[in-house]
Write a protein that binds this ligand. Structure first.
Ligand code: M6R
Length: 602
């Protein structure tokens, strides 16, 4: 995820920016850059890869005296991680950094290009600086030009702009991506989270969506759609480690809460009013393709399974899913009419990478769904769709799973619209449901407290079964994996209808069953399966929009009109349940024993 740092004042600016960006390293990035205006002189440095490369490039530069400065670490979304695509982006006399995605950048870019403006990068961000300069060239007023620029932007942004046209000012705007302003006397800082300014600023103001303004002469002028605003600063936290976790106890907890936000990033520019669009996909990708095979490991395998239900149901394309480590050695029969999809958070999982290489050797077209641009799997694939989950630190994957599943849902609709296997009405309903997903992922405080309380009842026993049917079977597998990874309790995911073919023999009061009972898919069928378990005295925690009186514990969900909204809402519940059980057991949630975040060995 990208990071922003800004500073206006008299201190040495290069070090403030580089140190600040260093504090944001944990979010992941693939290039970095800084721009400084001092004595009306603009200086700009960029480097691909680690910050050390940028430090090296700037080692002979120091900044003295009053000036304005902006810096950025970039996690590639539009365009490859190159120096040209790295921020700050440059116009003729201004620089901009930006987090988020400008949804209408293509339209803005075409408009600017038609007027003869040349673009150097493939990014959406560059439109901001050109738009600003175009306005300034007309009205000769920086503040007015900045306002006119912001008015044209659609999508999510946190942005800082500096310009030689008004060299003593930083312009800022925030909508949908985080940004804060730090204060220490006349020194004023900007950052995309607390950590870069802890130890420098004493007070902070967290900008709200829709706010924008400028800093000049040690003063912040803040505006929103209603005009100028007053604001209240608050003391800045002093603990950096805590700040990285944004106040959450564990990265996994933070990542569960972040899902609602990152899902917007995943959808941005892809979920349009009446269709799905993937800028990164060649329209010919599905030409001559009559089936799909997906290979992945662990959590990514579970999202693949969920995707296969969607692809077959809506896009009417046969879809087979395989565990990558099994696929590698089974001497699979492959044909070049199969599209080979790999799914991976890290993009470095050895088994998945090898499976991909095998498929390529057999002449298959390949597509990867991945969270890390430029990773081995992305580089090896013919095409890639980035999940845009941002860096995931918890070993137990949460937001990566959510965003992979979302990409597969979008891909399903993309294929379905191309093959015309669904009507426009159905497509519109799916798009509408998709837009609701961030809401379904919101963690409700009451729900979280309920799960904290419930967790104390589930710390023993002789095992857990997570059961579900259809799409909710992969979710049951994922729920069980989350629990076992971080609690070290035995848990299995099972198709609910299969319990009576063996596992029900285990049923007794010490067998804990987490039953996923969505209203929109086979509710009566799963209800019968759960009743069979209740009749054998299993302890049941039911999750459903409909009250289920036989259960020992019950969590009522809100969504009951679309399977995917039910899916994402229940997913959050299973993640929080695992988290709370693990915390009660005193385990290291983020670094469970015996596990690594990225499995680069066979
Ligand atoms: O990086 P990948 O998605 O390829 O990783 C695959 C698995 O190793 C990973 O999902 C693992 O199962 C996680 N620990 C799950 O929480």
């Amino acid at each position: 995820m990208c990071g922003i740092v800004g500073y206006i004042g008299k201190s040495e600016k290069k070090e403030i920016l580089l140190d600040g960006l260093q504090e944001l390293e944990y979010r992941g990035y693939d290039s970095a850059g800084i721009a400084i205006i001092e004595n009306k002189q603009l200086k700009n440095f960029k480097a691909v890869g680690k910050l050390q490369n940028l430090r090296e490039k700037t080692k002979d530069y120091t900044s003295q005296g009053f000036g304005v400065a902006i810096g950025h670490t970039r996690w590639a979304t539009h365009g490859k991680p190159t120096e040209l695509n790295a921020h700050p982006h440059m116009g003729a006399y201004s620089f901009v950094v930006h987090n988020g995605i400008i949804e209408n950048y293509q339209e803005l870019k075409e408009e600017l290009q038609a007027e003869g403006i040349e673009f150097l990068s493939q990014t959406d961000t560059e439109t901001i600086v050109h738009l600003f300069e175009k306005n300034y060239n007309i009205n000769n007023n920086s503040w007015k030009s900045f306002q006119q620029t912001i008015e044209r932007l659609e999508g999510a942004y946190a942005t800082l702009l500096i310009t030689e046209a008004q060299a003593d000012t930083i312009f800022f705007a925030k909508n949908g991506s985080p940004m804060l302003i730090g204060f220490d006397g006349e020194d004023i800082y900007f950052a995309s989270s607390d950590t870069p300014i802890i130890g420098r600023a004493k007070e902070v103001y967290y900008l709200e969506d829709g706010e924008f303004g400028y800093v000049k002469d040690g003063e912040v002028k803040l505006f929103d759609a209603n005009g100028i605003k007053t604001f209240t600063k608050q003391p800045l936290p002093t603990d950096k480690a805590l700040a990285q976790k944004d106040g959450y106890r564990f990265f996994m907890e933070k990542e569960i809460y972040e899902q609602t936000q990152v899902m917007n990033d995943t959808m941005m520019g892809r979920v349009l009013d009446d269709r799905i669009y993937f800028e990164e996909l060649d329209e010919k990708l599905f030409e001559n393709i009559d089936s799909i095979k997906i290979c992945a490991c662990g959590t990514s395998y579970h999202s693949a399974l969920a995707g296969s239900y969607l692809l077959e149901r809506m896009a009417k394309i046969p879809c087979q899913v395989e565990i990558a480590s099994e696929f590698r050695y089974k001497e699979p029969l492959l044909n070049d009419k199969t599209l080979f999809i790999t799914i991976s958070q890290s993009g470095e999982t050895a088994d998945t990478l090898e499976a991909l290489k095998m498929a390529k050797r057999a002449g298959l077209k390949s597509l990867s769904i991945c969270n890390v641009d430029n990773s081995s799997i992305v580089r090896e694939s013919d095409s890639a769709i980035l999940t845009r989950a941002g860096i995931e630190k918890g070993v137990a994957s949460t937001k990566a799973f959510a965003t992979q599943t979302m990409v597969l849902w979008m891909l399903t609709l993309y294929v379905a619209q191309a093959k015309k296997t669904i009507t426009q009405d159905t497509l519109n309903r799916e798009l509408e449901a998709m837009r609701h997903t961030p809401k379904a992922l919101l963690v409700d405080d009451k729900l979280h407290s309920k799960l904290t309380r419930l967790s104390k009842r589930y710390l023993h026993g002789h095992g857990f079964f997570f059961i579900g049917r259809d799409l909710f079977f992969p979710l049951a597998l994922e729920g069980a994996l989350k629990l076992k990874e971080i609690s070290y309790l035995h848990a299995e995911g099972y198709p609910a209808g299969e319990m009576k073919h063996g596992p029900i023999a285990l049923a007794d009061a010490e067998l804990f069953t987490v039953a996923l009972m969505p209203k929109t898919i086979h509710y009566d069928k799963i209800k019968s399966n759960v009743e069979e378990l209740c009749a054998r005295d299993a302890t049941v925690l039911a999750i459903s929009p409909d009250y289920f009186e036989l259960s020992d514990d019950f969590i009522q969900t809100k969504y009951d009109t679309h399977p995917m909204l039910e899916f994402f809402e229940m997913m959050v519940i299973t993640q929080l349940l695992a988290l709370e059980i693990s915390i009660r057991l005193g385990n290291d949630v983020d670094m469970p024993k015996n596990l690594a975040k990225s499995v680069t060995v066979e």
